[in-house]
Design a protein around this ligand. Structure first.
Ligand code: INI
Length: 175
């Protein structure tokens, strides 16, 4: 049995990050957490592009554009929707999550949900704090794992095609 798994190794991979300005005192911490994970895992500065949008509602469109551009191996979405401050909390968080999932499907690429949806500011700050609880850091780890897993799957598929072709044409494997 073969088990495929992603790894936390980001060298040679490219990442797009979409981060919203609304509740910037929270989203800037998510961004810092994500950048810390990516660079420590080996991603170069040139391999990371950050796009800023006004609010979480605007994240999906830019995430989709980035994901479809062919320039990235994964896209990370960062935002903070806080119920206490938002009468239309449900609409914004639902649209952000639905749109982000749809962007991934349409682009066939990992588009990771790093948007906090919390009851209050305290909860938001708690989830944007220390690296082990920082949702931006967690989203970056997920992006790396998914990008490496998809590359492993691609390699396996290529290997499979080669072995099928060899079987059909009767050619031998090169040593
Ligand atoms: N956007 C957020 O990212 N978080 C919020 O908590 C928020 N609140 O409170 O309203 C918010 N609103 C802005 C929204 O995302 C759009 O930018 C705006 O509606 C324009 O489309």
């Amino acid at each position: 049995m073969k088990t495929l798994e992603g790894q936390i190794e980001a060298a040679g991979f490219r990442f797009g990050i979409v981060v919203s300005r609304f509740n910037e005192f929270v989203t800037s911490r998510l961004l810092a957490g994500a950048l810390d994970v990516l660079t420590k895992a080996g991603a170069s500065q040139e391999a990371i592009e950050v796009a800023r949008v006004p609010g979480a509602f605007e994240i999906p469109l830019v995430a989709r554009r980035m994901a479809r551009s062919g320039r990235f191996d994964a896209v990370i979405c960062l935002g903070a929707v806080i119920r206490g401050e938002t009468p239309h909390f449900e609409y914004i968080s639902a649209e952000a999550s639905r749109g982000i999932a749809q962007a991934a499907w349409e682009a066939d690429l990992p588009v990771v949900f790093g948007v906090l949806t919390t009851e209050n500011v305290e909860q938001a700050l708690e989830r944007a704090g220390a690296p082990e609880r920082n949702k931006g850091a967690e989203a970056a780890r997920t992006a790396i794992e998914m990008a490496t897993l998809l590359r492993a799957l691609k390699t396996t598929k290529k290997g499979l095609h080669r072995s099928l072709r060899r079987r059909i044409t009767g050619t031998r494997r090169k040593r």
